[in-house]
Design a protein. Structure first.
Length: 448
């Protein structure tokens, strides 16, 4: 019974096909058989004209059977002769035109099987490793590979439409022009963008090839070694953006590619109180400088790096040279290397202070009196605020002594000053002692 039904259906199909006589002068769409191949936005020219025979000649004159006029790999080349360059897309080389093009009709230009700016390339490349990265280049994420790659062949490797930075300039020309006009240009920018960026995708933002710090120290080895070997590393270096917390990646109007002036860069983070892992608190420096108008010289010059290494240091507080942390310490010039990078060491070591300091009693250098003692020499921090204060010469308002704080109570005068801290009674110094008033000349006789 089943065989009888099958034979009946087969005979009905064969009898429905037009005979060769009926086909005379007609096309494949005239009988309604293949009219659905002419309904989309773009129809292959032979199909639109009903010229199916060039590709599908009839196998037997008396039967409705057809075959391809050429092997599938060479069929398209009968009409479409491509002048291929030295780098050829693999499907083109293999004759797999139909991987990308529909032979009859399509909704897309050039009979493409999908939108070339979205899905077409992803039919083959969706499984490529870079598609699994967290951060994809915009054209890659869209599937718009043709912005960078030629679809058939190219004179350039990897089917690129341009090479090196010329390719990046196709989209990023404005950015690259601004970089070239900047006063300070990062050397890799003049080389290849691919040195730092992966053109397809990366697990790091901006398609960086590595995390910021690892990538930067691959060239800046001296800083990398300093960071690796130093016990104190600046938090900005270890945070998420690493070097780019302070430095621009491409260009800047400022030296060392800083994003803003050195002081503004530092205050961009030090504008709030910070708690370090060791429990120590770092003061809100922006507020401190705003509330205390008398600033230490390096701060007046907006140069925090005069005292602090911005990357890492073997010394506490990222200091560039030795500076005593103690309140009392026997004098040793090596312990004051930081201060003596700007100040003359005679400021402390010379007993005669004339020409060296305004802090003197007559000629006696009062810095020498305070600091140059074999025991209990007071370090600079005993009297001075190292960043800023409300008093002249950035003299501190309050000085810590263990867990206790005491006021210095310094008062400046025209010829000296008065100091009344807890460590001694109020004392006044004058730089130039007043001379006694001259005797009256009344009754004096002229010299003979």
């Amino acid at each position: 019974m089943i065989c009888s039904v099958s034979l009946f259906l087969l005979s009905a199909i064969v009898s429905a096909a037009p005979s060769p006589a009926q086909m005379e002068g007609k096309t494949c769409t005239d009988f309604g058989c293949h009219a659905d191949l002419q309904v989309k936005a773009v129809v292959h020219e032979p199909v639109a004209r009903g010229m199916c025979n060039p590709c599908h000649p009839q196998s037997q004159p008396n039967t409705h059977e057809f075959h391809l006029s050429y092997a599938k790999e060479t069929l398209c080349q009968a009409c479409h002769i491509l002048t291929l360059k030295n780098h050829v897309h693999q499907p083109v080389q293999d004759g797999r035109c139909l991987d990308c093009h529909d032979p009859h009709q399509s909704e897309f230009h050039l009979l493409l099987r999908a939108d070339p700016s979205k899905q077409l390339c992803l039919k083959c490349h969706a499984a490529d490793p870079f598609m699994k990265k967290k951060h994809l280049h915009g054209p890659v994420a869209m599937g718009a590979c043709i912005l960078c790659h030629d679809s058939h062949s190219s004179w350039k490797p990897k089917l690129l439409v341009a090479q090196g930075n010329d390719l990046c300039a196709v989209c990023h020309e404005d950015k690259m022009r601004r970089d070239q006009q900047a006063r300070h240009l990062h050397p890799p920018v003049t080389g290849e963008c691919e040195t730092c960026h992966d053109p397809h995708g990366s697990d790091y933002p901006q398609q960086m090839r590595q995390d910021d710090r690892t990538l930067c120290v691959s060239c800046h080895d001296d800083i990398g070694q300093q960071i690796a070997k130093s016990p104190v590393v600046h938090g900005a270096v270890t945070e998420k953006q690493g070097c780019r917390n302070c430095h621009a990646g491409h260009s800047s109007s400022l030296p060392t590619l800083l994003k803003s002036s050195l002081l503004d860069t530092c205050l961009g983070c030090h504008n709030e109180e910070m708690r370090l892992p060791n429990g120590r608190t770092v003061v809100n420096m922006a507020a401190l400088l705003k509330e205390n108008p008398n600033h230490h010289g390096p701060i007046r010059q907006a140069d925090c790096s005069a005292c602090h290494n911005p990357h890492a240091s073997a010394l506490p507080n990222l200091l560039t040279e030795a500076y005593p942390e103690l309140f009392y310490a026997p004098f040793n010039a090596d312990n004051y290397k930081l201060c003596f990078t700007c100040h003359r060491s005679e400021l402390v070591s010379a007993k005669d202070g004339r020409g060296l300091t305004e802090f003197r009693k007559g000629d006696l250098n009062l810095h020498y009196v305070h600091v140059s003692k074999p025991s209990k020499g007071r370090t600079c921090r005993a009297c001075h605020a190292v960043h800023a204060s409300k008093s002249p010469a950035h003299i501190a308002e309050v000085v810590p002594y263990g867990n206790w704080k005491y006021e210095i109570k310094f008062e400046a005068k025209a010829n000296g000053g008065t100091c009344a801290p807890a460590c001694h009674a109020a004392r006044t110094y004058e730089r130039t002692p007043e001379l006694p008033a001259p005797e009256s000349a009344a009754g004096a006789k002229p010299a003979e």
